[in-house]
Design a protein around this ligand. Sequence first.
Ligand code: ATP
Length: 603
Amino acid sequence: MGFGGPGHGKLKFDDDEAKPDISKALLLRIVKYFLPYWKQTLLVMIVLCISAVLGLLPPILIQHIIDRALPDKNLQLLVLLVLASLGTTVVSGLLGVVQNYLNSFISQNIVHDMKNQMYRHLQGMPLQFFSGVKQGEVITRMTSDIAGIQGVFNSTIVNFASNLFILTTTAVTLFIMNWKLALLGIVVVPLFIMPTRKMGNVRWKLAKETQEKISEQNQIIQETLSLSGYMLMKLFTKEDTELTNFRTVNAQATRLQIRESMAGRWFMLVLTTFTSIGPMLIYLYGGYLFIQGELTVGAIITFVALLGRLYGPVMQMTNLYVDVNRSVALFERIFDYFDMDPLIVDSPLALPSSAEGQDIVFENVNFAYQPDKPALQGISFTAAAGSLTALVGPSGAGKTTITSLIPRLYELDSGVIRIGGKDIREFTLHSLRSQIGLVTQDTYLFNGTIKENLLYASAGATEAEMIAACEAAYIHDFIMKLPEGYSTVVGNRGIKLSGGEKQRISIARVLLKNPPVIIMDEATSSLDTVSEFYIQQAMHQLLLGKTSIVIAHRLSTIMAADTILVVQDGAIVESGQHDSLLADNGMYRDLYNKQFQEKASAT
Ligand SMILES: Nc1ncnc2c1ncn2[C@@H]1O[C@H](COP(=O)(O)OP(=O)(O)OP(=O)(O)O)[C@@H](O)[C@H]1O
């Protein structure tokens, strides 16, 4: 199965209204997760079986109290029977504890295994996946969906086994005691099986609708109360719209939840009446048999008590298919993710290779994010080893796309990219990416200290190396002025730092990594002269002696470039050096006049 991605119709969360097809293959796949814990599962089954048998004892002991100990006025027997009843209860309780432990052990371990598998799998997903997937969906999948799996074991499997054992042991006992009475008690069972099934269907539908509303609600929260979403909402003064949205969805969710909890209350009333018909019949016919001298009082009481043990599991088991459907749907949602191919993986022939001092060559590269909408067409150029190649062009021309293809964040459709004559697909992904330093416009810093952010690039770097990198990136002095220096926490995504500072930290981070290839997207935001100066100095240090490809937004960069590539509509339309391109009177000249000249006067 291929990577479907959103829009390819592979993911099913939106139409999971439909009940899953429970195929043999799917069940086998689910069972696989339980296999490592088969011993514990077997133990749970044994415990459940013993508990079911033990549960029969108290009603039977009561029969003996009523029919033997009391009429015989036998105090010793009475005490013995009461103690036995007490003992059974205590042992049942202890078994319950053991079973609880085993349940948690099995279900939590399965959740643990699945989370690890999912995390590993998601790490391997291509960038397309993350840009296409709805906000918060990955987290939902990782947390609530997988966490739901533990409920599957507890509520579905254990419940089913427990009910089955209770049902069979009770039914057998009833038939042994008196088959005619047993038949009478069982005759009413279909009366409540049918409506229970119907009700189960209604509840299943309501539960689905509620679940959808709640995830819609979560999505609004995640989109509007995340850092960037919040800023968007504030800047576009959309608070009222979002509040109305939220209130509407919240009200719908509340209504559904109330309906869900009320569904079946009336029905339960009818059901209770039906379930009390059984005991009535037993009292009637059992009473008749008592009058005839064929049955004891104790037997009648025991019979009615056991009948309760029979009806409970029957009702629960008629709803079982709802639980099974829900559980299988949960597994399916998770498997949908597992089934997406990571797409970009090491080819079998890939070897760790060096990019040090090598040319980067694009040969007739074509690429499209979406079929039939080419983003790059016939891109060919050489970024000579140790040289600076500047990409310029209007917004949306394809500059970022070109740079994304080098570390294989996306896979090209045709053509080839070579480093040192070698197709980049022959590099292992690890060796390829570890030799490329990427400085993006939107610098990503995680919420930790400056030091932690810097060392993310090379965990083994010494304090002196870190400081040297920061000095080269012209950020050391700034960091030292902060109250906590390198231990300053940068805030969510580095919000506490200015754009220029963030980019310099990100330059320091790449300097620390010291890769032979640098890809940089210069910040477009205009900086004050001082920051501008620092950034330029930092860049100069960064690019020194490296093979660099820079999406240029500054005059100084294009002036310093060995080659300028002018990109338009996904193609390279001009290339050369500043002076000759300017003399050509073409696209570059236009662009220069529009984009760079005013900045030249500003700086
Ligand atoms: N993840 C994506 N999925 C689909 N289309 C995309 C994606 N990223 C970019 N595009 C499209 O590909 C084209 C090239 O985009 P790209 O980001 O490479 O342009 P750019 O020259 O870097 O622009 P800018 O200077 O504004 O960053 C654009 O039309 C853009 O809409």
